[in-house]
Design a protein. Sequence first.
Length: 116
Amino acid sequence: QVQLVESGGGLVQTGGSLRLSCAASGRTLSRMGWFRQAPGKEREFVATIGRTGGQTYYAHSVEGRFTISRDNAENTVYLQMNSLRPEDTAVYYCAGGKYSSTWDYWGRGTQVTVSS
């Protein structure tokens, strides 16, 4: 059974930074990623990274500000978030896939709040 546990969320001022972590237990996943859901909105894609770390993709809204990375030895994926804006406020969810085309596992989420 795979479990994903996020950490690193919190309250930060506009322009600040946070680093989210997601520890996976049970197996090494193919692709891993981050999604977010703001109040009253649907969950949206933020970033994804391939198994070897060489393939990364970002939502247009975060490109250039967020960086996704992974440490396969620790089975952990990270999301470095810089230049945070109030519109980045959301619950951030870690996701993992057994294959490069699936999202099979989800964490419970971590709250990120950016104050103006």
